[in-house]
Design a protein around this ligand. Structure first.
Ligand code: XMP
Length: 516
């Protein structure tokens, strides 16, 4: 079965929500890809979509060099949905007028549906709560279109071509705040474009397993296992496809979460019976990091040491032909965008290292067409524990970024234990999933405290918890005082080396999520 047979194309005009549109379409069990708005005509034709969605974008159609509409979109004779900027472009193309405006409309709006439209056909509603985020808007509608809906400040909130299956919405159906957004996108994708629901987790596993088998044959694959979600899911998927032909190398840096090294071995090697070589490199890492307090230097040391260790292991194993990596679809879109400079994409973080490129191995990236949420679903379906698969993000350089200044084994031990207490209590109090990321930070300053009759002169632990959707901006989590009190008491009572616990009340911006 070709599960990419029914598919949508999303053209990116630079909106921060473009990837969200794609994730929503995938959640509707339909495959889609994101291309830049000025993708080659031949590539668009070759992709052969059953429908096209034009994303929103930060530009104004009036600006010089503003992104334009490639006519191939209309020549393909498939349904088209323009969102925000996409709707304005369609309207401009057919001779309507778009009004520039300095004032932005941002936030909730109530849409009144005044005309029947295929797009809203199954909603049985005349009012919708939607999310708006635009400056420009359509001032006069092209003759080819009919107006379908308005808000109190936007006369054309939705429109439909009078003869062709071409639609526009000024609001954002992909955003959670648009209450009927899923239904509207579903109506477009399933009913108007006629896409079949083939993109389901079970089908994805099955077809990926088949294609891995066909690609790898009897050859062997090497994978660097980090304990993180992506590499664990790659391992589980490859294991299902090729079993013992997969060899994982897991480097324990001593900078992982509390007892994580043992947990990785238990899950992957013992429970799932995956070939895993554990390299206990803790001492090497602490030696290499000794005396170094500059954050960028620390990152570099960790990245380079990883490559050295991994390379050494790879060379000791003969007969390996493939190197597997946990690249996921957003990495692919980001690198494509930055190499052409076409889309407005901000990279969420600078990861360390990468893997050696002089091993002369063929590269296999089994997750490169999947979003993170899809990777997680796959992981659970492949037998990984949901608590592991849905864990908060953890930085590549590990605890090193959470130990300010020089990294020492003693500090890493204190930090891992404090962090464990914090996370354990978040889970106990049902708060873990309500925060997006939470962790402890080690401050190498000593402050005085009293325990019993004795004075204690020990280190400070900072607790950090944030709520965020995209990790680009974040609000500090307003955890209950009683909860913070409990965590603080446990940390100070159970860890001798800590005399004080503080809670970080900085949001991003201006602060970052991590401390260094
Ligand atoms: P910041 O601190 O930039 O963090 O607000 C945003 C997200 O990125 C993660 N982060 C890192 N991840 N290597 C990583 O792999 C790093 O050096 C790094 N620094 C920050 C951070 O945990 C948060 O999720």
């Amino acid at each position: 079965m070709d599960i990419k047979q029914s598919k949508i194309l999303i053209l990116d005009y630079g909106s921060q929500y473009t990837q969200l549109i794609a994730r929503r379409v995938r959640e509707l069990d339909v495959y889609c890809e994101i291309y830049a708005w000025d993708a080659d005509t031949a590539d668009i034709e070759a992709y052969g979509p059953q429908g096209i969605i034009l994303s929103g974008g930060p530009e104004s159609v009036h600006m010089e060099n503003a992104p334009t509409l490639n006519e191939i979109i209309l020549k393909l004779n498939v349904p088209v949905l323009g969102v925000c900027y996409g709707m304005q472009l369609l309207n401009q193309y057919y001779g309507g007028l778009v009004e520039g405006s300095e004032a932005k409309e941002f936030g909730y709006a109530e849409v009144n549906i005044t005309e029947t439209s295929d797009l809203f056909a199954r909603l049985n509603k005349t009012k919708l709560d939607v999310w708006m985020s635009h400056g420009d808007k359509v001032k006069s509608l092209a003759d080819a279109f009919k107006a379908v809906a308005h808000t109190s400040s936007t006369p054309f909130a939705a429109c439909q071509h009078k003869e062709l299956p071409i639609y526009g919405v000024q609001f954002h159906p992909e955003v959670e705040h648009t209450t009927d957004g899923r239904e509207i996108l579903g109506q477009f994708v399933h009913h108007i474009c006629g896409c079949e629901k083939l993109w389901k987790t079970d089908n994805i596993i099955e077809t990926h397993v088949e294609s891995i088998k066909a690609l790898v044959g009897k050859e062997k694959v090497l994978l660097g296992l980090s304990g993180g979600v992506d590499s664990s899911v790659v391992a589980a998927l490859l294991h299902k496809a090729i079993g013992k032909q997969l060899i994982c190398v897991f480097v324990d840096t001593g900078l992982l979460r509390f007892e994580e090294g043992d947990q990785v071995m238990q899950t992957m090697a013992d429970k799932m019976d995956i070939n895993v070589i554990r390299v206990n490199a803790q001492e090497m890492y602490f030696n290499a990091l000794a005396g170094e307090s500059d954050p960028e230097r620390k990152r570099k040391i960790i990245g380079e040491l990883f490559i050295r260790i991994f390379e050494k292991q790879a060379k000791e194993l003969d007969d390996i032909q493939w190197l597997a990596q946990g690249t996921i679809y957003p990495d692919v879109i980001e690198s494509a965008a930055s190499s052409t400079g076409k889309a407005h994409v901000i990279k969420s973080h600078h990861n360390v290292g990468g893997l050696p490129d002089d091993l002369a191995l063929k590269l296999i990236e089994p997750l490169k067409d999947l979003f993170k949420d899809e990777v997680r679903k796959l992981g659970v379906n492949l037998g990984l524990a949901p608590e592991m698969v849905y864990r908060h993000p953890f930085p590549g350089p590990g605890l090193s970024v959470r130990i300010l200044g020089e990294v020492k084994a003693e500090y890493a031990d204190v930090l891992a234990r404090a962090d464990h207490i914090f996370i354990e209590e978040l889970r106990n109090h049902d708060l873990y999933d309500k925060t997006s990321q939470a962790f402890a930070v080690f401050l190498p300053v000593k402050s005085v405290g009293v325990v019993g009759d004795a004075r204690r002169y020990e280190y400070v632990i900072a607790l950090r918890a944030v709520e965020t959707i995209d990790f680009m901006t974040a609000r500090w989590a307003h955890l209950p005082y009683e909860f913070i009190d409990l965590v603080s008491r446990r940390i100070i009572n159970e860890i001798d080396k800590v005399s004080r616990v503080v809670y970080d009340v900085s949001s991003k911006p201006p602060a970052t999520i991590e401390w260094e």
